[in-house]
Design a binder for this molecule. Structure first.
Ligand SMILES: *[C@@H]1O[C@H](CO)[C@@H](O)[C@H](O)[C@H]1NC(C)=O
Ligand SMILES: *[C@@H]1O[C@H](CO)[C@@H](O)[C@H](O)[C@H]1NC(C)=O
Ligand SMILES: *[C@@H]1O[C@H](CO)[C@@H](O)[C@H](O)[C@H]1NC(C)=O
Ligand SMILES: *[C@@H]1O[C@H](CO)[C@@H](O)[C@H](O)[C@H]1NC(C)=O
Ligand SMILES: *[C@@H]1O[C@H](CO)[C@@H](O)[C@H](O)[C@H]1NC(C)=O
Length: 256
């Protein structure tokens, strides 16, 4: 009676152990191609709708049909894609070379210019920066230059000198990085780039207005208003004291 039970238990445990041992090889044995792409599939529309605001870029992606090209590349999990997405504010800030004059094909190239046909993690850009101009999805002479400044990824197209300001998604096969400016290719806007040293120093006085006081303009205006305030305050406070003194002396006069 006891022996059959032990035998059954042994059989059960050994079969369980066998099942556990055989479990790991079974998924690799049957490749199951259906679950793998489902797990890797990244819906770019959904991704850009949730993050951002990237509505302007998403609208351009849809109107130029570049979205299908990018989605197709995102589906190719062995290569992947890296997309640089300007915020809505970057498009509204774009005044001088406007996108409104472009032909449909030029606009499509500008949007294609915002992606690389390969997945790059942020750490890969140090290497990319040493590789010279990097071809974009727009192909040909539509290249971007990368520099890695102590971890910050800068990219330039000649017209647009900007940096990756945030990583929206960086998981193989899809990288989406937020950039501060719309990337304008020289291949469309030419190399006659207006000098831009003026906008560059602008943020510096913005962040440190006090340190900028010694300049002729700022010096005369900002210290001028400050003493004005304090002297009027002194007049007011003297006025109060004057009344007090008058009142006290008046009171003294009454007593006397
Ligand atoms: C992505 O999701 C949107 C809706 O969120 C849908 O309309 C679109 O067909 C999806 N794209 C793909 C490639 O599945
Ligand atoms: C990308 O893959 C998804 C899921 O497999 C599919 O629905 C979609 O049509 C594909 N899109 C493109 C553009 O290849
Ligand atoms: C672009 O179009 C605007 C009017 O919409 C016009 O004033 C401007 O000169 C055009 N610029 C170029 C480069 O054609
Ligand atoms: C750096 O880039 C070159 C191509 O430019 C590539 O051959 C090399 O494997 C890369 N190195 C690393 C560490 O990614
Ligand atoms: C990109 O880098 C190359 C050298 O690697 C340089 O000749 C070219 O002028 C650069 N382009 C821009 C837009 O900075």
């Amino acid at each position: 009676m006891v022996l059959p039970v032990v035998c059954m238990l042994l059989l059960l445990s050994s079969s369980a152990a066998y099942a556990q041992k055989t479990k790991p090889p079974s998924p690799s044995f049957s490749p199951t191609p259906a679950p793998a792409p489902a797990q890797d599939f990244v819906n770019l529309t959904d991704l850009l709708t949730v993050a951002g605001p990237f509505h302007t870029f998403l609208n351009y992606l849809q109107s130029t049909k570049v979205l299908e090209t990018f989605q197709d590349q995102a589906n190719k999990t062995e290569e992947g894609i890296t997309i640089f997405v300007p915020k809505d504010s970057a498009f509204t800030a774009l005044k001088k070379p406007s996108l409104s004059n472009l032909t449909a094909n030029q606009l499509k190239s500008v949007i294609l210019f915002h992606a690389l046909p390969h997945y790059y993690a942020l750490a890969d850009f140090k290497n990319l920066s040493e590789s010279g101009p990097i071809p974009t999805f727009a192909g040909g002479s539509y290249t971007l230059n990368f520099t890695d400044a102590s971890g910050a990824v800068h990219l330039t197209s000649g017209w647009s000198d900007t940096k990756v300001s945030s990583s929206v998604r960086s998981t193989d096969p899809v990288a989406v990085y937020q950039v501060d400016k719309v990337l304008l290719p020289e291949a469309i806007f030419g190399t006659d780039i207006p000098p831009t040293p003026a906008p560059a120093p602008a943020p510096v006085p913005d962040t440190a207005p006090a340190a900028d006081a010694p300049t002729a303009d700022g010096g005369s205006s900002s210290p001028g208003s400050a003493p004005g305030k304090s002297s009027s305050y002194r007049i007011i406070s003297w006025g109060i004291w004057g009344h007090l003194v008058l009142a006290v002396s008046g009171g003294l006069a009454l007593i006397l």
